[in-house]
Each structure stands twice: as structure tokens, then as C-alpha cells.
Design a protein around this ligand. Structure first.
Ligand code: MN
Length: 469
């Protein structure tokens, strides 16, 4: 496992410019969001992670964009980008339970009571002028099921509400929603711990969807190939990764809800105000030279869509194979669809109805995913939208190749559903069979073999990209 801490990852990414420093003072109220939006409009493979050395009003540096490309994601796993899914499938099949240690870097500073002050952290406002407050975006939020005692780790938005208060967004279908319902039925508050900047695989598992009662920390251990080290919290009965930069502990009162949001959400629109619990912070522990870690979460292209998409591709591929679906070679959950709406699947087609079997399997195993599922032959590069559209253009007849299922499972946040029907969690599904239905002529243009030879001596041709502006 290449990195066991955020600082180890940062140090390595700095070496080749994959992480770059902003030395000037930057305003978290608007400027961080605008700088990162500019960075995310660079082609994915060229986006650096950014370390803001000086954030106005805070003594802590801020790092954003560590999961902004498949290249860095693969580097964190110690593989090439084409091996990401393989690494994930291995981790899912071989989880490694965490181990407990008595202390760690996240305990270098322990603050309780009056000493707690979240407003000292460099928390950005991600949609300036529209978000109601700065948001802690990208914390790995830990809760425990009061019945099964299995913990859950997920990424949920946290509105900064004061020195020792945050809003906590709870969606009923999510695992934290299941936990909060059980605590509420017992008349108990829910204990919560949030880790920022832990071992870099922790955000990967926190962003992915698993069946309930999966211990995400054990999957993280599978990805690392070694157990994750956890330490006990100071004021709540939970454990967090020992190498976290910052840990926030607290208790959510589930009876007294407060307005939370508006917040600019990952699908690309403002999410309206709603009633949500408030987390009362009981302790903050952190490293002496802590770095505040955040994920850019907003209209794609965004870091949260990249991270969630890559992590969920592997879990979807694993689930399809687990169901016994044959011939699926790769799965892509696209970034413009917020890493939930649009799925592209590559198959080695076995028979004419095979693409339809694959579509219905996707809808069965991940009902909330894939409002649109495009199935292509496995010579198509499913991560290149250009190649996928070429496949659709050259293989699809609308009457024959489209599958529409009305009123399937949907997402409440899908604004394309009529407002009065949105609380039914329904959505139509569209399947597109973009595989070739009979033998086609060979594709036109220089093939892989010739392209590889040109690539090997590319500098000799003296051709470079035209500079913009
Ligand atoms: Mn979970």
C-alpha cells in the first residue's frame, strides 16, 4: 500500500506537479470555489490537486481535488488506471477487518468544551451567494447501527452552524438514515464521528454504496492490503482512523430538527432548505500541523462525482458478476450524470437479447442508478463519450434498440420528475442497445498497432498542441 496518510499522499503528488500549492491568501467565502471550478474545467487527466497554503481567517491549510482524476485515484491504489476495477473487486472479495490501536497522530491535539471552535477551520462556501453557509464537504461520517452494532462510514454534507454546531443532512434511504430511524425509535440521540484527511482509501470506501451492514473500514483494509488502524474517540463510543488529520465528535439530537441548506448539490442544482438534525460537537482532535481536507461537491465536473463514480463502477461490476451475469467486461458511471444517472456497460455479446439482460440486471442490482443504461460492444472505450456516441450513431435504430420502463425506482432529487410526483421516488428507465446486431466492416483509420508505434517516437515529429488564448 503506497500511502498510509494524507501527508504521505500529498508529498508524493507534489513531486511531479500532480499537487500544486497556491501561495497567496485565498478567501474561503467565494474564491476557493471559483479557483477549483476553474481547475475542474481542465481536462480530467491534467487536473492537479490543490493545496491552499493560506486561507483567510484560518491557520490551517486546505487541500482540495485529491480525487479529481482517474490517474490520482489509481495512484492511491498503487495500480494503473486500467486496473482500478480489478483492485476494487479483489478488495470486495477479501475485506480486511480494522485493528485497534491506543493512540495515533489524530490525537496530538485534543479539544473539548469551550476550546472547540469549528469556525477556525478553513471551511469554504462552495456555491458563493447561494449556499446558506460554509459546508464541511467530504468528511467520512461514522455512525453505528444500534441493533447490529455494525458501523457505517459515508460522506454526508455538514452545514457549519457555529463554533460547536453543524447541520447533518440525512436522507432516509442512506445507511445513516437507517441508523437515525433506529436511534429515534429508541428515544436516543445518535453519536457521530467525522474523520477528515485519513488514509486516502477511506474517502474511496466512504463514497461508495454497499449493502447495509457492510463495514466500510474492512473494505478499506482490503484496498490497502493491510488492516486500517482505528482509535477510540474521546467522547463518543465510535472509532476513527488513527492517521486522520482532524476528527470531529458529537451527538445528533434526532427530535429537534432545524432548517438546513440551501446547498449546491452534486447533480448541479441548488438543493432547497429542509429540516435536519443538528450535531452538537463534543470534541475535536487533530494533528499538530493539521491539513483540512475537502471534496469539491457541485455541478459536474466535480470531485465528488469523480470519486463516487469510480468507486461505484467497481461495486456495480462486482454486483453484476455476483448475480451471474455473463460477458460484462467493464462498467462506467459517467461524470456528467453526477455519477448516478448514466451507466455505460461494455459486453462481449453472447446472444441478441444479452444487452437487455444486462440492462435489467443493472436496474435490479442498483435500482437508484442508471436512469439511462447504454450497452456497447467491448471494443468501444466506454470512458470516452465521443466513442460511446459513435457507437450509438452507428448501431441504434430507435424503434428496435430502445427500452423504456416507466415508473421504475428513482431519486427524489431528480428534477426531471414532475414536482407533485417527486416524493414517490419513481423514475422512467431508458436502455439503449448500442451493440452491433450483425457483422460490421472493419473500423476506419490507423489501428492500435500503428498508433502505438507513432506514440513511441512522438517527440521526433515536433508536433505539439496549440496553446489556448
Ligand atoms: Mn454504508
Amino acid at each position: 500500500m503506497p500511502y498510509d496518510s494524507l501527508k504521505a499522499l500529498i508529498a508524493d503528488l507534489e513531486k511531479d506537479g500532480s499537487l500544486q500549492h497556491v501561495p497567496i491568501e485565498v478567501d474561503p467565502a467565494w474564491e476557493v470555489a471559483a479557483v477549483m471550478r476553474r481547475v475542474f474545467r481542465m481536462p480530467q487527466a491534467q487536473r492537479p490537486a490543490v493545496l491552499f497554503d493560506r486561507i483567510k481567517g484560518s491557520d490551517l491549510p486546505l487541500v482540495v481535488g485529491l480525487y479529481g482524476s482517474r490517474r490520482t485515484y489509481a495512484r492511491i491504489l498503487g495500480v494503473t488506471p486500467t486496473r482500478i476495477n480489478e483492485r476494487w473487486l479483489h478488495a470486495l472479495a477479501h475485506p480486511v477487518p480494522p485493528v485497534f490501536v491506543s493512540g495515533g497522530p489524530c490525537k496530538e491535539v485534543v479539544l473539548r468544551g469551550e476550546a472547540v471552535d469549528l469556525t477556525r477551520f478553513p471551511v469554504p462556501t462552495w456555491t458563493p451567494g447561494r449556499d446558506i453557509a460554509p459546508y464541511i464537504a467530504g468528511a467520512s461520517v461514522v455512525t453505528r447501527d444500534p441493533e447490529s452494532h455494525v458501523r457505517n462510514v459515508g460522506i454526508y454534507r455538514l452545514q457549519l452552524k457555529g463554533r460547536d454546531r453543524t447541520g447533518l443532512n440525512i436522507n432516509p434511504p442512506q445507511h445513516i438514515g437507517i441508523h437515525s430511524r433506529k436511534y429515534r425509535a429508541r428515544g436516543q440521540p445518535m453519536q457521530v464521528a467525522m474523520a477528515l484527511g485519513a488514509d486516502p482509501v477511506v474517502s474511496m470506501v466512504a463514497a461508495a454504496k454497499f449493502p447495509p451492514d457492510t463495514d466500510e473500514f474492512a473494505i478499506a483494509g482490503g484496498l490497502r492490503g493491510a488492516p486500517l488502524e482505528l482509535v477510540k474517540c474521546e467522547t463518543v463510543d465510535l472509532e476513527v482512523p488513527a492517521t486522520a488529520e482532524i476528527v470531529i465528535e458529537g451527538t445528533a439530537d434526532l427530535e429537534h430538527l432545524e432548517p438546513e441548506a440551501p446547498f449546491g448539490e452534486y447533480m448541479g442544482y441548488m438543493s432547497p432548505q429542509r429540516l435536519n438534525p443538528v450535531l452538537r460537537v463534543t470534541a475535536v482532535t487533530c494533528q499538530r500541523r493539521a491539513i483540512f481536507h475537502a471534496l469539491l461537491s457541485q455541478k459536474p465536473p466535480s470531485e465528488s462525482s469523480m470519486l463516487r463514480g469510480i468507486s461505484n463502477e467497481a461495486s456495480l461490476l462486482g454486483a453484476l458478476r455476483g448475480m451471474g451475469v455473463k460477458g460484462v467486461t467493464d462498467v462506467h458511471v459517467t461524470e456528467p450524470g453526477g455519477a448516478v444517472m448514466h451507466v455505460v456497460v461494455a459486453i462481449q455479446k453472447l446472444h441478441p437479447a444479452h444487452p437487455r439482460e444486462v440492462m435489467t440486471a443493472v436496474w435490479g442490482v442498483r435500482p437508484y442508478y442508471g436512469k439511462q443504461v447504454i450497452v456497447v460492444d467491448d471494443d468501444i472505450d466506454i470512458r470516452d463519450p465521443f466513442d460511446v456516441e459513435w457507437a450509438v450513431a452507428t448501431t441504434v435504430q430507435a424503434r428496435r434498440d430502445l427500452v423504456i420502463i416507466p415508473d421504475h425506482t428513482g431519486r427524489r432529487s431528480d428534477l426531471s420528475v414532475e414536482p407533485e410526483r417527486r416524493d414517490q421516488d419513481r423514475s422512467d428507465k431508458l436502455g439503449v442497445d448500442a451493440t452491433r446486431k450483425w457483422p460490421y466492416p472493419a473500423p476506419a483509420g490507423a489501428g492500435p498497432e500503428h498508433l502505438a508505434r507513432v506514440e513511441a517516437r512522438w517527440p521526433e515529429y515536433g508536433i505539439r498542441e496549440v496553446e489556448r488564448e
